[in-house]
Design a protein around this ligand. Structure first.
Ligand code: ADA
Ligand code: CA
Ligand code: CA
Length: 233
């Protein structure tokens, strides 16, 4: 082979290899899907962009400190019917920050479920809602800049809130308006600022609240809005 042809052939082969590994349609599709799932953010941590609710059922979802950003699931306003970021049934979600828009936060869908070490710096419509009967634990949770409610309870439950830090809210916890069924709420350590209404509000006389170690910006005489049972424990 002449020297010129050899050089030409080598250039062609190298060009083809470069094209194959960088531009072929299969690789391109794979890498763009990956980009959507896991993006390195400016602080060097990882950021997870999601376009639908993460369903956790019978398992533990550990974010390892990642920040989740929802896209197309709601705007984080006070509009109802935004999508939740997580739906948990008999499972655990831990070690994650939910960035804005935090949409409808986390839904507890039943069984024995746990949320721990979760931060929502800018709460959306609300931060965490009991949707179905169950036994729930929420601990080491930060929820800031909530406009109205931090925690919402829409079904029978025993729920324990431990080591909660939150600011800017009408109430820390609201049992769904007009409902008279019983829920049992334990508050075991909460540092709350910027409350405008109450710590707990409920229209049920059968509901019970047991609490310890709460600091809040409003007088203790305004902590409980409703005729439910309250005692320190
Ligand atoms: C409001 C609304 C309820 C429910 C709740 C929630 O209280 O009236 O129907 O949607 O918000 O779960 O956010
Ligand atoms: Ca609501
Ligand atoms: Ca809600």
């Amino acid at each position: 082979m002449r020297k010129g042809s050899f050089i030409l052939l080598s250039i062609l082969i190298i060009t083809a290899l470069v094209f194959w590994f960088s531009c072929n349609p299969f690789n391109k599709e794979k890498s763009s899907t990956l980009d959507k799932i896991n993006v390195l953010d400016s602080s060097g941590g990882t950021r997870l962009t999601i376009t639908c609710t993460i369903i956790v059922n019978g398992s533990t979802w550990d974010g390892g400190g990642q920040t989740i950003i929802a896209s197309g699931m709601g705007d984080g306003s006070q509009a109802e019917s935004q999508d939740p970021i997580f739906d948990i049934t008999n499972g655990t979600v831990r070690n994650v920050t939910i960035g804005a828009p935090a949409c409808d936060g986390i839904h507890l869908e039943g069984g024995n479920s746990t949320i721990s070490n979760v931060k929502i710096p800018d709460v959306g419509e609300d931060a965490c809602t009991v949707k179905k009967p169950g036994t729930y634990n929420v601990s080491s949770f930060t929820g800031n800049s909530c406009e109205d409610k931090l925690f919402q309870i829409n079904d029978l439950c025993t729920i324990t809130y431990t080591s909660i830090s939150a600011n800017g809210m009408s109430k820390f916890c609201r049992q769904n308006g007009g409902k008279t069924w019983k829920c049992t709420i334990y508050i075991n350590g909460a540092t709350l600022s910027g409350i405008s209404e109450a710590v707990v509000r409920s229209d049920s006389t059968t509901t019970s609240v047991r609490w310890r170690s709460i600091t809040a910006n409003i007088a203790q005489s305004s902590w409980w809005y409703g005729n439910f049972s309250v005692a320190a424990y």
